[in-house]
Design a protein around this ligand. Structure first.
Ligand code: FAD
Length: 114
């Protein structure tokens, strides 16, 4: 996929993408079944293939390969996404987010039935 030259769209897409990923983790079961864990890992890999900013997606795939997804619980998933996002923050010279605050930041207020 081609690099995304429109910087405004790249940033908007990035914020929307991170929101989706962090809120998905915040909504992930506290004790996920094996099927739920497999589905989340598959989603992460598909996200890395289809994310429409080509160079971002390529870097994301490298990160996922170097740091395999850890989705054995909601907490693990939230921490994993926080750390992955921080790797991207470092590369883009953005501030590191304190991962102990990730639950508060992405608290969705959702009820737990779907
Ligand atoms: P964002 O980084 O979008 O963050 C949104 C909000 O998330 C922040 O305001 C903060 O409250 C919270 N946050 C920040 N860090 C964390 C964290 N570690 N954990 C939890 N919450 C956090 N852009 C590029 O130019 N090059 C790339 O290679 C690139 N790769 C990307 C890969 C992915 C998978 C995604 C989703 C986006 C990527 N982007 C990339 C976009 C980039 O990461 C930003 O989304 C974009 O620059 C807008 O940045 P922002 O400062 O508004 O905040």
């Amino acid at each position: 996929m081609a690099p995304m030259g429109n910087q405004t769209l790249r940033a908007e897409l990035g914020r929307a993408g991170w929101t989706t990923l962090h809120v998905m983790a915040a909504r992930f079961p506290e004790e996920p079944s094996q099927d739920e864990q497999d589905a989340f890992v598959a989603y992460i890999h598909l996200f890395g293939m289809l994310y429409p900013c080509g160079d971002c997606a390529r870097e994301f795939r490298k990160l996922v390969q170097a740091h395999p997804p850890s989705v054995g619980s909601r907490d693990q998933a939230m921490q994993w996404f926080c750390e992955i996002h921080n790797h991207v923050n470092v590369r883009l010279n953005k501030p590191i987010f304190p991962c102990e605050k990730v639950r508060d930041r992405w608290q969705c207020g959702c009820v737990d039935e779907v």
